[in-house]
Design a protein around this ligand. Structure first.
Ligand code: AMP
Length: 420
């Protein structure tokens, strides 16, 4: 027997039904915010990802050579591909550009619950604007997307990397020291962070203030701490405006300031945000995003960019953990011939109903009425149409409601209108 590769999954029809349902809800939300869907290839030139994230990313990639010796990689995320596409084909389009996508991503991660080697991201990029309203709308979209699929218990955290960099500078951390502590901040390992900062010979009072600022959700406190810097005070004012718009226009109040959001410090430029589902435990992050700079790196004319990616699989896990009920898969009608002679007419009726837009399945096993009715129930069919010789003489069939068991004789002509 062949086994499925480690970190990948199959999806049964029931699971696919659920996934498509969520995907449709998300697609609908993206569209109500004025976004348009795009698609890029599953694999790209390896360089695209090393340019964005450095050579160390190769460790996490499915990278390979093709038969002509080209270095390629299965995409680990979609921001770089979307910006490549933008620079290649969409630069001349009127701004802002609002693009969304769904797609499989591949990372050589250590598989566990909520972490796979092949997983799906739903995400978007907003190109050509960096106004507070653009950012507020982007955050509102991420939040609404997850609310609209039915999630009840999610946490939205908003930070800013310009502010974080200024905090780093304020306590005098070198680039190397920053690089060392970033993973500790990312994982909220504050005790380890404390020891590391002590090892860097930073005064205890400075460390305590630093840790407090990283963990506070009080914007005033943060402002006071880094008052003197002009660029950062502009960022803080902008953040305040974003909060005001979120509160008063998008009616989203359920968020927290979190300066310890790090993400990719190399290409994120200011705003960063995350949404988590606390119930999921270790792999609780559902969404990550912010403002970033990649266009000039990819040879395009610089313009502001921001976006986010939602982990589609984790969203489903979170919904299941919350006990969300999903609509059951099923068909509208199951059509049954009572004997062999009725097969042709049965197929004709099936097609007639399909042409009316109903989802219709038909007995293809010639298995007789009672077994067919059982099978129809297993398909979660709403109605059965039974085609028998006596009724057919009068151009009619039996229409049976599979939930109530009621049945009546209906003229074939009137069948499509009688079914629902
Ligand atoms: P990132 O591109 O790392 O910011 O990831 C965006 C989102 O994708 C995360 O918040 C997760 O929800 C999801 N995600 C990232 N890596 C994985 C993975 N290996 N398996 C499942 N979901 C993932």
């Amino acid at each position: 027997m062949f086994k499925i590769p480690r970190g990948t999954r199959d999806f049964t029809p029931d699971e696919m039904h659920k996934r498509r349902y969520i995907e449709n809800s998300m697609r609908n939300t993206f569209q109500t915010f004025g976004y348009r869907e795009i698609q890029t290839p599953m694999f790209e030139n390896l360089e695209l990802f090393t340019a964005k994230s450095g050579e160390t990313i190769i460790e996490e990639l499915y990278a390979f050579k093709d038969k002509s010796g080209r270095d390629l990689a299965l995409r680990p995320e979609l921001t770089a591909p979307v910006i490549r596409l933008y620079v290649d084909k969409l630069q001349m389009k009127p701004k802002p550009l609002k693009l969304f996508y769904f797609g499989s991503c591949f990372r050589y991660d250590r598989p566990q619950k909520g972490r796979y080697r092949e997983f799906t991201q739903a995400g978007c990029e907003l190109i050509g604007t960096d106004t507070p309203e653009a950012y507020a709308e982007l955050i509102a979209l991420a939040y609404t997307l997850l609310k609209n699929v039915g999630l009840k218990n999610i946490k939205l955290n908003i930070g800013n990397l310009t502010v974080l960099s200024t905090i780093f500078k304020k306590i005098g951390l070198t680039k190397d020291q920053q690089r060392y502590i970033i993973p500790l901040i990312d994982k909220a390992l504050f005790e380890e962070l404390y020891s590391a900062l002590q090892d860097f010979n930073i005064k205890n009072t400075k460390i305590t203030d630093f840790l407090e600022i990283l963990q506070t959700s009080d914007l005033e406190k943060i402002k006071k701490y880094i008052m003197e810097d002009e660029t950062v005070s502009k960022e803080l004012d902008k953040l305040e405006e974003i909060f005001d718009l979120l509160n008063n226009c998008f009616k989203i109040k359920n968020y927290q300031i979190k300066m310890s959001i790090v993400r990719g410090l190399d290409y994120y430029t200011g705003l960063v945000f995350e949404i988590e589902a606390p119930m999921l435990g270790a792999e609780k992050q559902l969404c990550g995003g912010g403002a970033y700079e990649l266009i000039s790196l990819f040879g395009g004319k610089d313009t502001p960019t921001a976006g986010f990616a939602v982990g589609f699989d984790r969203t489903i896990l979170a919904l299941e953990t919350e006990g969300q009920e999903f609509p059951l898969p099923g068909v509208d009608v199951y059509v049954i011939p009572v004997n062999r002679e009725m097969v042709k007419k049965t197929l004709e009726i099936t097609q007639l109903l399909r042409e009316k837009g109903l989802s219709v399945d038909v007995d293809l096993l010639r298995r007789g009425l009672s077994k067919s009715l059982k099978y129809a129930n297993s398909l979660n069919a709403s109605k059965a149409v039974i085609v028998g010789p006596d009724e057919l003489k009068k151009n009619a069939v039996t229409l049976r409601d599979l939930k109530s068991g009621e049945q009546k004789i209906v003229k074939i002509k009137q069948l499509p209108d009688t079914i629902f």
